[in-house]
Design a protein. Structure first.
Length: 339
């Protein structure tokens, strides 16, 4: 397999990335515990860290006693200030340093989590808790699981999330899934074979399924260099489903539907996803289901992520493409210039 950056090794190291992030985040407990209890949490992100932020909201948003919002790397909302905790999630080194300083100057508490080694720049300012998660990820997109677990651990230290033994369950589920790679029970190999040269539509249910589908799309795009599309119930019921009313003779040759299922779907979402599969059966080349394993929502989300990462790598291998570099993204960045 052509794999210049070692993306397969990184995918198979997901269990250790998650366990390491938990251990590293635990070292922050004294500093995080000294922060005032926030009235709101705002996540600022760059690049692939946005997937980790979406996962934080999907897993902790419904049970957190304070609201959790997400913003990009361009500006902070006006409400950020005293009483706010800003958690900066970066896969691009110190790319968020400017926003971190603005948040600190506004009186917010700040925890900065960076996927990678310590940046060479100046030390974080006063009131900023900083942690570098040097998990050895060969590309930013391969570091999101560690960022997710570290962020959840920080929220747990402030009494805003319950992680507990969920990380252990996630490590166990990932170890089992990654251990099956290349063997007779390798589900990712089966899914890749069924998708083949068609274009995958990846659908999930609810917030957790939406995050998993988005991660699948991201890795299929970047690793396999292939078009892929993601959506989720209930949102797709209001628009995308309408688009399958025509051109079935074309779409049956082009698209394959992959359903991501988990045990934490609301009953009406589960029923809707099954109905979508029935409706789409006539307009796609096939419908295939990936069912999450593991105890608890974190384990099941990361299990789906692992299957998606490995499926993308199988498709890259089948197509003879290097999953690591993303020249199209680099070309656009070069043409667009700084900014």
């Amino acid at each position: 397999m052509l794999d210049s950056l070692g993306m397969l090794a990184a995918a198979l190291a997901l269990p250790e990335q998650v366990a390491s992030a938990r251990r590293r985040a635990a070292q922050l407990a004294p500093a995080v515990g000294a922060l005032p209890r926030p009235r709101a949490v705002h996540l600022v992100v760059d690049g692939d860290a946005s997937v980790a932020a979406d996962a934080v909201v999907a897993l902790a948003g419904a049970t957190s006693p304070v609201p959790i919002t997400i913003g990009g790397d361009d500006a902070l909302p006006a409400h950020v200030g005293e009483g706010t905790l800003v958690v900066a999630l970066s896969t691009l080194g110190d790319n968020l340093a400017g926003l971190v300083q603005v948040a600190s100057d506004a009186g917010a508490s700040v925890v900065e989590l960076v996927a990678g080694p310590e940046p060479a720049g100046p030390e974080p300012g006063a009131g900023v808790v900083h942690l570098a998660l040097d998990g050895g990820a060969p590309a930013p997109r391969a570091a999101t699981a560690g960022l997710l677990v570290a962020a959840l651990s920080v929220l747990e230290q402030l009494g805003l999330a319950e992680v507990g033994g969920h990380v252990d369950a996630a490590v166990a589920a990932l170890s089992r899934r990654c251990g099956e790679h290349g063997g007779a029970e390798d589900l990712s190999r089966t899914v890749a074979h069924r998708v083949g040269r068609t274009l995958p539509l990846v659908y999930g249910a609810g917030p957790l399924g939406a995050v998993a589908a988005r991660q699948w799309k991201s890795r299929l795009n970047q690793d396999a260099k292939a078009p892929a599309f993601a959506h989720h119930v209930p949102a797709l019921l209001h628009d995308e489903l309408s688009g399958w009313g025509q051109h079935g003779d074309v779409t049956r040759q082009v698209f394959t539907l992959v359903l991501l299922r988990h045990d934490h779907e609301a009953p009406h979402h589960a029923a809707a996803l099954e109905a979508v599969a029935e409706v789409c059966q006539e307009v796609v080349a096939g419908v295939h289901t990936v069912t999450a394993r593991g105890e608890g929502p974190l384990a099941q989300l990361l299990d789906l992520v692992a299957v998606g990462d490995l499926t993308a790598l199988h498709l890259a291998e089948d197509a003879g493409v290097d999953p690591g570099p993303v020249p199209a993204v680099q070309d656009v960045a070069r043409l667009a210039g700084p900014g």
